[in-house]
Design a protein around this ligand. Structure first.
Ligand code: ADE
Length: 223
């Protein structure tokens, strides 16, 4: 899978993309992550990427020209399944969307800044708008990193068996049950007996019961 990210701050991705799972996915050739600095495409003398909002009001708006130029260049090179715009005024990202997008080949993610992008980019190029929650970040970059991480870890071959995504919270619509490791008794804090029983069926039943109990308590909206 290939993901092209359009941003005015490519450096923000240095950390998340060069560590751990996202790094491994790229090294294995399973995911290609490409960063494009929108400013490099500005035809303006000052390399501006934003301008005042028509109608007045505080805050700048990201201009069409440099964004359109990057999108057109990328689209001339390959077909894209989705062109996603990161913005707080959109549907909130969830595991189902991550599953869907992990099955695509090529996507573009546009990171907004200031008051956002000129609406005409949204009207004419964007196929999906994504928020990562009902709060406002300084820009779309951190949100894009969250979305990329949640997609790439689902591509077959990225996670090893031990870290399989199948038992993640949200994967089956429930929160995950509690987990424990050695020692089985830590100064009197004991691991539930059933997990030490070696009875796989009972362990599975316990995990499912706990998952339902936790979901009812913490996120009843998921049920
Ligand atoms: N840009 C600013 N805030 C955001 C959010 N909550 N989700 C996605 N993109 C954003």
């Amino acid at each position: 899978m290939r993901i092209d990210i359009l941003t005015i701050f490519p450096e923000i991705f240095d950390g998340p993309f060069n560590m751990s799972m996202l790094k491994r996915a790229q090294e294995k050739g399973i995911a290609e992550l490409h960063l494009h600095n929108i400013r490099d495409y500005s035809t303006d003398k000052q390399k501006s990427v934003d301008d005042y909002a028509f109608g007045g009001g505080a805050g700048m708006v990201m201009m069409i020209q440099p964004i359109e130029d990057v999108i057109l260049k990328l689209k001339s090179e390959r077909n894209y399944d989705e062109i996603i715009y990161m913005t707080p005024d959109a549907n909130v990202w969830n595991q189902k969307m991550a599953n869907q997008l992990s099955m695509t080949d090529n996507i573009i993610i546009l990171c907004g800044h200031y008051k956002g992008v000129d609406q005409r980019i949204r009207d004419h190029y964007i196929t999906r708008e994504v928020s990562i929650g009902d709060y406002v970040l300084t820009g779309g970059e951190l949100a894009a990193a969250v979305v990329v991480d949640s997609i790439v870890r689902l591509i077959p071959g990225v996670l090893s068996d031990e870290t399989s995504a199948l038992t993640d919270s949200h994967q089956d619509g429930l929160l995950s049950p509690p987990v424990y490791t050695r020692p089985s008794d830590y100064n009197g804090w004991k691991v539930p007996e059933v997990l030490l029983s070696g009875n796989t069926r009972l362990v599975e039943e316990w995990r499912e019961d706990k998952a339902i109990e936790l979901t009812k308590k913490i996120r009843p909206d998921l049920l």
